[in-house]
Design a protein around this ligand. Sequence first.
Ligand code: NAG
Ligand code: NAG
Ligand code: NAG
Ligand code: NAG
Ligand code: NAG
Ligand code: NAG
Length: 367
Amino acid sequence: MAFASLQWIVRLLVVLIIFQGVCVMFYYTTNTHSSRDAMTETLQQLRCAKLRQKFSIIKPAKSINFKSFTQELSDFMSCPYKSNQTERELNRIRLQFCCNATGTFILTKRNTADNQSIPYETSTTKTYKMTAELHSMLPEDIPWSGRRLGRCAVVGSGGILKNSSCGREIDSADFIIRFNLAAVNDSDVGMKTDLITVNPSQIRYKNLEKNPDPLLEKVSVYGNASLIMPAFAYTFCTSVSIKTLKVLQPIRPQQPVVFFSPSYLRTLDRFWKGRGLREVRLSTGFMLISTALELCEHVHVYGFWPFGSDLQERPVPYHYYDQLKPHRYMHKMPEEFVRLLQLHSQGALTLHLQPCSSPGADLENHL
Ligand SMILES: *[C@@H]1O[C@H](CO)[C@@H](O)[C@H](O)[C@H]1NC(C)=O
Ligand SMILES: *[C@@H]1O[C@H](CO)[C@@H](O)[C@H](O)[C@H]1NC(C)=O
Ligand SMILES: *[C@@H]1O[C@H](CO)[C@@H](O)[C@H](O)[C@H]1NC(C)=O
Ligand SMILES: *[C@@H]1O[C@H](CO)[C@@H](O)[C@H](O)[C@H]1NC(C)=O
Ligand SMILES: *[C@@H]1O[C@H](CO)[C@@H](O)[C@H](O)[C@H]1NC(C)=O
Ligand SMILES: *[C@@H]1O[C@H](CO)[C@@H](O)[C@H](O)[C@H]1NC(C)=O
């Protein structure tokens, strides 16, 4: 009797041990699964935070190894973007305080007086005396500064836009800035434009006054977008810019020709140089990104990529719209790009360096 119950107890114990073993195994396997996922996710988050930190204090560097930099940048660009409203507002206030695009971005009747002497942007001695005729052709006020612009797309001409499929995303922005009468394209760069720069060297038409048709054809592609010219950057820019304004204003009044205020660009130049940017003159692209940082809620930057190959190390042309050979790997990290990367890491603007996903894929990522 005592023996039988002992046998029973032993059997019960064996069953219990096996059962527990199964439970432990089961517990163990399910737990490793989720803990491995959690671990991967945590590691990923840590890596993203580390890269974000690294790029937000990145120094303009000759010493960065391009290859390792590309890998890290590619990894970072796959991290979720973190916008920082404080950072955006700080930049807006700093830029407003120094340069005031809101009041001085372009020359207007309001910020410029008849007979006023306009100092050239790049000269300390040369000035232009505003004439009554030109003054009468200036816009009353800056059309974009009355309200905060929402989502702005600043579209550079970098070859990474080729085959990017970013057209739809760019066209969905509230305000779109382009450069140098660059080609528009449904699939890669979008069709809409609100503001586009014209380089005076692009106005090379004979008898423009008598035969404006080639110019009209060229600019009408951009619909009602304002054409902005650096009329007072260098003295050679002035007459061709004024001529363009005089020719287009009567024929296409819906498409204004406007002039950068040289004093605005000067203060902007001083602002960035005071923050360690070392170059002769800011690029027009960088200037207008700065303008957008002041005037827009969110700034999205496309096609700014000064390197000869993309993040997947495939060669890219220098421009998306022509066959110009890329510069070989740049010797020196272009300073403006490093600055943009810094602003992106800080959450002040969004830099787009990868092809845009189709709306379907985007939805999947969010689900
Ligand atoms: C946002 O930027 C501000 C100002 O640079 C900084 O103090 C703050 O820590 C940032 N917030 C986040 C979540 O990174
Ligand atoms: C910017 O300019 C506008 C128009 O001239 C002016 O009303 C405004 O006070 C200026 N803002 C700053 C911060 O100087
Ligand atoms: C501008 O200068 C011209 C000649 O120098 C003068 O006749 C005209 O009254 C001036 N206009 C203004 C608004 O001061
Ligand atoms: C873009 O795509 C076309 C056709 O698929 C291909 O021939 C071309 O090499 C691609 N260009 C770039 C810069 O990726
Ligand atoms: C361009 O301006 C004209 C005249 O003001 C207007 O009729 C037309 O709708 C505008 N087009 C667009 C695309 O805004
Ligand atoms: C423009 O779009 C077409 C397809 O619609 C594409 O084949 C071409 O490469 C694009 N060109 C540029 C410069 O993006």
